[in-house]
Design a protein around this ligand. Structure first.
Ligand SMILES: Cc1cc2nc3c(=O)[nH]c(=O)nc-3n(C[C@H](O)[C@H](O)[C@H](O)COP(=O)(O)O)c2cc1C
Length: 209
């Protein structure tokens, strides 16, 4: 299936068949799809936790309005955006680029300083807002790649980020839970699978100027 057909096939899955597991190989493909999505300046200011542990997911379900996807899905991806972005992170990003493309990190010093000034000049809320936006882009890539593999998915904001932060120890790591995505295979019991897609007409969504 091409991308459009895959996106027509997918829907926000409410009930997963918990007996079906995503293969290791497919998980590796999804990781690569998430990692290849671009981000502002290429900084990737987020981390993605892939949660398989059932006990942990039961705890998370309690702070996700009891939504069944959290425990029934094969895997739960938690996109955690950085709430702290110190100069050392810029330095290691610059070093990574220099190592991969084989040039001296020193040659990017002005760029590094401008990034540090830009990021350092943001308020905590501006920083978190900006890093969360980058994490949402990565979520889009996950949804698209999963759908391509006929892996059902449900992006979710229906959870308490502060509670996720506590349970997963994110605050200490300078991160917060931005958005999550349950992945697996639809259950026959999921009535949503029978619904038609609801989207605005294309002509309302776009204006060509
Ligand atoms: C950022 C985001 C958060 C969402 N949060 C939830 C959620 O907490 N629970 C849920 O069942 N669906 C959630 N959804 C699914 C949307 O309701 C669904 O994608 C939308 O209605 C379009 O339907 P479709 O995905 O079936 O095409 C969320 C979707 C997005 C993109």
């Amino acid at each position: 299936m091409g991308v459009v057909d895959s996106l027509k096939w997918r829907y926000a899955t409410k009930r997963f068949d918990s007996s079906k597991k995503i293969s290791r190989e497919d998980i590796e493909y999804l990781k690569e799809a998430v990692s290849l999505i671009p981000s502002s300046n290429g900084l990737q200011p987020y981390k993605v936790l892939i949660i398989e542990d059932k006990k942990l997911r039961e705890k998370l379900r309690e702070v996700s309005w009891g939504q069944p996807q959290i425990t029934e899905a094969s895997h739960l991806f938690v996109f955690c955006n950085f709430t702290e972005y110190g100069p050392e992170k810029v330095d290691s990003f610059i070093q990574l680029g220099a190592d991969i493309n084989n040039y001296p990190a020193e040659s990017s010093r002005d760029y590094a300083e401008s990034l540090k000034a830009q990021i350092g000049g943001s308020s905590a809320s501006e920083l978190s807002h900006w890093t969360a936006k980058q994490a949402y882009l990565a979520l889009g890539s996950l949804i698209t790649a999963a759908s391509e593999l006929n892996i059902d998915n449900c992006p979710m904001e229906g959870f308490l980020p502060q509670k996720y932060d506590e349970i997963l120890g994110l605050k200490e790591k300078g991160m917060t839970a931005a958005v999550i995505c349950a992945l697996g295979y639809r259950s026959e019991e999921d009535k949503n699978r029978l619904l038609k897609k609801v989207r605005k007409p294309i002509e309302d969504l776009f204006d060509t100027i």
